[in-house]
Design a protein around this ligand. Sequence first.
Ligand code: UD1
Length: 432
Amino acid sequence: MDRIRIRGGNRLVGTIPVSGAKNAALPIMAASLLTSEPVRLENVPRLADIESMLALIGELGATIRRAGSPGEPELEIGVPRVTATEAPYDIVRKMRASVLVLGPLVGRCGRARVSLPGGCAIGTRPIDLHLAGLRRMGANIDLSGGYVEAALPRGGRLHGARHVFPIPSVGATENLMMAAVLARGESELVNAAREPEIVDLADCLVAMGAQIEGAGTDVIHISGRETLGGATHRITADRIEAGTYAIAACITGGELELTGIRPGLLERVFDTLSAAGARIDAAADRVRVTAPDGGLRAVDVVTEPYPGFPTDLQAQLMACMTIADGSSLITETIFENRFMHVSELVRMGADITVRDGSARVNGIHGLAGAPVMATDLRASVSLVLAGLAANGETTINRIYHLDRGYERLVGKLVACGAVIERETDADSVQVA
Ligand code: UD1
């Protein structure tokens, strides 16, 4: 199994082009199931999760053409006919976002059978809100044999409905938005999630002919259409990847310019890093993050739905706080059990105590390299950041998590001065 080896201590200095957002690309690829015409997607990141979604929609009848250049990858997805309506366990177990085909399949075909995603490393993560919403739109939902089966009586069409979410859910908002665009009549999503990836999905659906208003606010209104058409859409930049590298600049005492992003979408993150002493110089499509000369100050953080501090950057910020001056309280409110990185950071010398949903991080002078391993994507990358700042060598195992969500991670870091390489069991290779 591959692993990453890091020799810590180098300041990161340079420019990192930010890739397209995985969490926008995945629902938008699922949305291509809503039309018989081709959907052309630009700025799609090359990641294992994208390949999993391609395999899934391929099973359902999509033909996929890869176009563009290596630096500017594009996908053309055509689903003239949905040939199967089942998302099998083997694909769903690899990637929870597979559940996003549920809304489009029921919307277009009147039925779907999707394996239940089950538990995952960061908590139980149910899909009850997705299912309650489809029920409200007229689908019968059956759970049996580890699968959810959604069907409309006599293969009919979903009808519009008003959904009031008890908590904002990104995936449920996306699934129900995709179901509603082909439903008969009007739908309203109240207390909807406001994440920028939802706005990106709505923009693509509107380009396909859907009628959607209010995406990005907590009330989304959708008027169902009989059919949708093809479209060309550029996937928005990955704000979580950008935030990860912004924190990388801070933890290594470096200076990074992150390009191809909309800094406004990371306002809370940049405010947090500013409070920790970093200098943030934002322009329209880029930002420069400069670590303070005298080291970082500890800051407290609470994860919240957008526009709050993202749970997907909690682990990375915690890595950074392990060497800040003072004591930081990091509170996770979105997912229970999202502190798996703590025990690994402690193995590198960090002083962290977890109580209920909060981690108390007492800053120390320096981390020490160690062999570590992580159980989810963001926890894994937090260990990479810790390794970049640590004295000595860190090896990170189970790096397939990183391949799911960070395009060319090693190459991007090497270009900014990191000493990091990817090793296979057989040999050791430097990836550019
Ligand atoms: C998405 C992101 C993930 C991010 C998360 C929160 C994708 C592919 N993934 O995940 O990276 O960490 O948003 O920003 O975009 N919940 C329920 N019932 C449901 C659905 C959700 O109780 O039916 C709960 C979850 O357990 C969690 C909270 O709602 O506590 C938020 O989850 P949700 O926003 O749905 O996350 P995902 O869409 O799975």
